[in-house]
Every structure is written in C-alpha cells, then in structure tokens.
Design a binder for this molecule. Structure first.
Ligand code: FES
Ligand SMILES: [Fe+2]
Length: 386
C-alpha cells in the first residue's frame, strides 16, 4: 500500500485514471422516484456537472450542465416534451443535445449548436447514465436475479468521504461485531469475527466467502468496479414479519464519486416472495413513510464531533442506527482515507485483493492495454451456496 508505484484510486475528475476507468461503466446517478416528469436537476458526478431531467414522456435524460449560448445553468430552465429550454434567453435543446430553437436568431444558427448528451436509462428504480467517451456498452442487467422480484430502492445518500472509503467496506465482515455492536445487540444478534475469509477474483469481481466456526459459510460478491451484492433472508420487523419470513433479498449497493471527497451511496433490494398476497403486504409495508427527525448523516456527524454517543441514540430505528454506525466508521477515516498510514492484516484480504485488481486495471488503461471485461452477476454464480 502506498508505495511510490501505487496508482491513484481516489481521484476521479475528468482526465484522472480512476475517473476514466469508472466512466467506462454505466453508473447510477439518481433515485428514479425522486425525479418527476417535467423536472430538471443539477447533478455533480466525478467532479463534473451535468443536467438531469425527465421529459414529459417519462424518459430520463442527461445533458451538459451549461447552455452553449452564454453558459447559464440549464437545470433552472423548463422541460418541454423531451427537450430542455434555457432559463436565460430560451434556447431549447433536444435530448441528443441538439439546439432546436433560438428565439430571435437566424434560422440557420441553431443547427450549428449542440451540447453534450449522455446515454441514460432507468432500471431497478435508478437512473443510470454512461458518462464516458467511445463505444457505449449495453447497460448491465441482472435479469435472472430481478425476475419477479419487488424492486425496493432502499437508499440514496450523500456522504462527505471519498468513494473508496466506502468501497473498502464492501468486503469487510470483520467490522460488523464492532461498528455494528450497538445496533446488533439491540435486536439480540451476537456477531463474531469470522474464522476465515476467502477472497477469490472471478468473472464479476471478487467472491468473498466467510467461514464461521459453527460450520456455516456465506458468500458475497464485490462487483467491479464499484458495487457489491449480498443475498440474505428478508429481515423486517413488526406484525408482518412472520407472514413474510420466507422471503429473500438480492441487495445491490453502488458507491459513486460526487467529487474527490464526497460520494453517493445508492442501494436497491430485489425482494423475492412467494404468492401475490405476500407481495401485496410487502408493498404496503415498504411504502410507509421514512422516519422524521435528524438524518443519519446529521447524527453521524454529531457522533464524530463528540456531541452525541451511539449508545444514546435511542430514537433511531435499527436500520437508521446501522447507517449511522457505518457513517461514523467510514467518514471517520477522513474525507480521503490516508492509505500511506494503513497497516493491513489478514482480515484485510478483500481490501488488498480489490485494490490490486483496481491498480492492475488502471495500469492497463494508462498503458493502452485492454482492461478485463467483467461479466454480470447471475444466479449460476451461487453454485448452490444460497
Ligand atoms: S444562456 Fe442560455 S439562452 Fe442565453
Ligand atoms: Fe457496516
């Protein structure tokens, strides 16, 4: 770690190596339900600004941040059909970025004006875009995992830390008995450090197997370049928990840089339940409103400032408490964790392997060699381990 040959995994602005690599994959940018038809939003991803809007047709679009006329911010303008009209002097652009109207200008002018646009698609309750240059790959779909499942977007959150602080946590079951001591003990779960962790590179990224003393083993996947997948039984509290106890969940989490010291966490649950009745109950349950009060980010910040203690946060439900705990551990590493001062041990094998793969891929990219073509996670990857 941190040798002079190490590659910079943290910086993702345009032109940076990690930024070029991440831009060669589709990235989720926004929770679909937060963007109504006819609305535009400014968006910052990998230190670059964009305009995200949803046309009247319902289709999401991503175009350049600024108008080509005199540069004002397009998100302040109006969505008309699937076009966006500038707030300042009314130039109008279609979703390909082509200028299609310029009030008061010569008719021949508009054909010469085009702003950048980016392939955009909605999938799993999220809006994805391809922000890179060159050939556009197909958006990866997890068709045999999402088949028949209920899509539940569980989180969309901005944290003040580098995306790699968060990626390092994806393959880290050793933090659970400590970081999540309070939340787990409140629901009577006693988590122990796994006896053995096995990390193997495969076609999707890394397969992490943890063997527990009691003979059980559990697998999870870190999916290159910036997501992971967990499969677990449906865990919900309250009156309907018993009725839905046969359910299972495929959970996907993405970590996307906003800039070098902020990142976006997006998470989707694909909930599998038998029978329409159970599905209906779950939908009713999951549409209940989110809790009021300070956000997990606000509470996590207070803990890091010494103004609150996790053990005293009795108002937060268990899910919120888990997020606060993760926030405290990962933002607590500093906005950009100082890897030159890391002392990695046996339990960091996933962190070590993950960084090795990333560094290898970035070196290939910088030397113009082909990078590894990752596959999409499929049911067959589980080999009966579910
Ligand atoms: S700045 Fe957009 S139309 Fe003038
Ligand atoms: Fe955690």
């Amino acid at each position: 770690m941190g040798s002079e040959n190490s590659v910079d995994l943290y910086r993702t602005e345009p032109g940076s190596l990690a930024g070029r690599y991440l831009r060669s994959f589709w990235q989720p940018l926004y929770r679909a339900k937060d963007l109504p038809a006819g609305e535009a939003m400014p968006l910052r991803i990998m230190s670059e600004d964009f305009t995200l809007y949803r046309g009247q047709s319902g289709a999401p679009h991503v175009v350049a941040f600024r108008c080509a006329h005199r540069g004002t911010q397009l998100s302040a303008g109006w969505v008309e059909d699937d076009c966006i009209r500038c707030f300042y002097h009314g130039w109008k652009y279609d979703s390909s970025g082509q200028c299609v109207e310029q009030p008061g200008e010569d008719a021949s002018f508009k054909s010469k004006i085009k702003i950048r646009s980016y392939p955009t698609e909605e999938y799993l309750g999220l809006i994805f875009a391809f922000l890179g240059d060159g050939a556009v790959p197909a958006l990866p779909r997890y068709s045999d995992l999402d088949a028949g499942g209920i899509i539940d977007v569980l989180l969309s959150e901005e944290w003040p830390c580098n995306y790699f602080n968060r990626l390092d946590n994806l393959g880290d079951p050793v933090h659970v008995p400590f970081t999540h001591r309070e939340s787990r003990s409140r629901i009577g779960i006693d988590v122990v450090v796994p006896d053995q962790l096995i990390a193997e590179e495969n076609d999707v990224g890394i397969k992490l197997t943890r063997k527990l003393a009691v003979g059980k083993s559990q697998a999870r996947y870190i999916l290159m370049p910036n997501m992971n997948h967990l499969r677990h039984p449906l865990r919900i509290k309250g009156a309907i928990a018993n009725e839905l106890k046969e359910g299972s969940v495929d959970r996907f989490l993405w970590r996307v840089p906003i800039d070098n010291d902020r990142c976006l966490g997006l998470g989707v649950d694909i909930v599998h339940l038998e029978g329409e009745d159970a599905k209906k109950k779950f939908r009713e349950f999951s549409s209940e409103t989110e809790p009021d009060g300070p956000s997990h980010v606000e509470l996590g910040k207070r803990v890091l400032q010494g103004k609150a203690k996790i053990k005293n946060l009795t108002g937060a439900d268990n899910y919120e408490l888990t997020r606060i705990e993760d926030y405290v551990a990962q933002v607590g590493q500093g906005a950009i964790a100082d890897q030159t001062n890391f002392h990695l041990g046996r339990n960091d094998i996933v962190v070590i392997l993950f960084r090795k793969i990333w560094e290898r891929e970035l070196r290939a990219l910088s030397e113009g060699r082909p990078t590894k073509q990752w596959k999409t996670l499929a049911r067959s990857d589980f080999n009966g381990q579910e």
